[in-house]
Design a protein. Structure first.
Length: 125
C-alpha cells in the first residue's frame, strides 16, 4: 500500500513539473484568428483546425463583432488567447500584412494556461 502511495505521489509531482514547463516564455508560430471563429466556426468545419483558421479572411477577423471577442493564435493545433496588449498588436499585424488569408506570425510572450501575455508579433515572410 505504501509503495502505491509513493508511486502515485511521484507520478503526480512529475506531471506537475511537466505542466509547469509549458507555462512561461514562449515563441509561438501560427495564424491569428478571433475567439468567435477559433472556438465556434473553425472547429465545426472539421479537419485540421490550423488549416481552417488559416482560411479565415483578415476582413472577417477584424470585423467589429469578431475583433471584440478577442484575438489569439492557433499554434500546434492549440488556440492561445491574447491579452489586451496582444489584441492591439495582433490587429496592427493583421492590418499591416499583405495577405488576406493564411498569414503566419511569430508571437512571443508569457504563456499561462491557454492565454499569452504578448510581447511582440512579427509576420513570417
Amino acid at each position: 500500500m505504501l509503495k502505491k502511495f509513493i508511486f502515485s505521489l511521484t507520478a503526480i509531482m512529475a506531471l506537475s513539473l511537466v505542466a509547469m514547463a509549458y507555462d512561461g516564455d514562449a515563441k509561438l508560430e501560427g495564424v491569428i484568428v478571433d475567439k468567435n471563429c477559433a472556438t465556434g466556426k473553425v472547429p465545426k468545419q472539421g479537419g485540421d483546425v490550423q488549416t481552417a483558421a488559416a482560411n479565415e479572411s483578415r476582413g472577417c477577423i477584424l470585423m467589429d463583432s469578431c475583433y471584440k471577442s478577442g484575438l489569439g493564435v492557433y499554434s500546434g493545433g492549440k488556440y492561445y488567447l491574447f491579452d489586451a496588449k496582444g489584441n492591439a498588436l495582433g490587429k496592427a499585424a493583421l492590418e499591416k500584412s499583405k495577405k488576406d488569408k493564411g498569414a503566419k506570425f511569430i508571437v512571443t510572450g508569457k504563456v499561462t494556461g491557454d492565454t499569452i501575455a504578448v510581447e511582440n508579433i512579427t509576420e513570417v515572410e
